[in-house]
Design a protein around this ligand. Structure first.
Ligand code: MG
Length: 295
């Protein structure tokens, strides 16, 4: 799941902000480049921030928001070239000591309802539903409240929270060997509970052709693009490749598609030629091994 995120991120990074690739020029390799001159396999903000979330997990039932805050601010201080504007505002508030759920920007423009929390949220799928978050002396009870708090540290709009609230249970189900049909039915059910907008989008999603698929940084577009590719293709490689070749926010859409496909197909399905290039391949493996060692 997390290698899948990194693979989708690094595969898509050179094509961020670009128009869709024509069929004769379909991209299938991790080559680096793009607006930020990425090295092949270099992590962008998606993988970097996912690692912050991963490092904050203490065991199946405990996430430390103190560690998450420290990790996110350390990343912010490293001056990442690709940091999003919504994330900048959220992290400034976080650094200033604003309460976690009040840091994120509530922006009525879809450009401010970005995928910044969706792209990093996957590690929370490793937590139990009754997990507890700690922040100083504060306690945050239950996975739902943990998901909400994590999102609102940078992304305050309800659509951003709703997308995470759909994705995490679906990923959990896939890790527990749900079928694609079960996973999509669960996505619809969660969307029905959380968000009429996402529900309407999901109802029509599988009728879309590749040429019609939005892959923008709007959180709902990113969630839908990832689910679309996961359902439509029958391999990790084909699904993630299809998404990143749509351009626009190709790395984040690729990352979320990589999460779903990784959770479903497993490690062996990720092409070795991609895995070999991933900057944080070993760290992800070590962190996950340490996490399971705690349990
Ligand atoms: Mg990125």
């Amino acid at each position: 799941m997390l290698w899948g995120l990194h693979a989708g991120d690094s595969l898509g990074a050179p094509f961020e902000f670009l128009p869709p690739q024509p069929a004769w020029n379909t991209q299938t390799e991790i080559v680096g480049g793009g607006q930020f001159s990425w090295k092949p396999g270099e992590a962008t903000d998606d993988t970097d921030l996912m690692l912050c979330v991963l490092r904050s997990l203490q065991n199946f039932r405990h996430i430390s928001f103190d560690i998450l805050k420290k990790e996110m601010l350390a990343w912010f201080a490293s001056k990442p070239p690709d940091i999003g504007l919504t994330t900048v505002r959220g992290l400034r508030n976080l650094a200033a000591g604003v309460p976690l759920k009040e840091c994120g920007w509530v922006n009525n423009n879809p450009r401010g309802q970005g995928n910044g929390s969706l792209m990093r949220v996957a590690p929370l799928a490793l937590l139990d539903d009754v997990a507890v978050g700690t922040y100083g002396t504060e306690k945050i009870y239950g996975l739902r409240e943990i998901i909400t708090t994590q999102a609102k540290m940078t992304h305050g709009h309800q659509y951003c929270v709703d997308c995470d609230m759909v994705l995490v249970p679906v990923v959990k189900a896939l890790l527990n060997r749900a079928s694609k049909e079960q996973a999509f039915a669960l996505a619809l059910r969660m969307a029905g509970q959380e968000s009429p907008l996402i529900y309407e989008r999901l109802k029509n999603l599988l009728n879309l052709k590749w040429e019609e698929l939005p892959t923008s940084g709007f959180c709902v577009d990113t969630l839908c693009a990832a689910l679309w590719a996961f359902i439509k293709y029958d391999s990790f490689e084909n699904a993630v490749t299809a998404v990143i070749n749509r351009g626009d926010d190709s790395d984040s859409c690729g990352a979320v598609a990589g999460v779903l496909c990784g959770a479903y197909y497993g490690t062996q399905a990720i092409p070795v030629r991609w895995l070999a290039k991933l900057e944080f391949r070993d760290e992800i493996q070590q962190q996950v091994a340490a996490f399971f060692g705690q349990n």
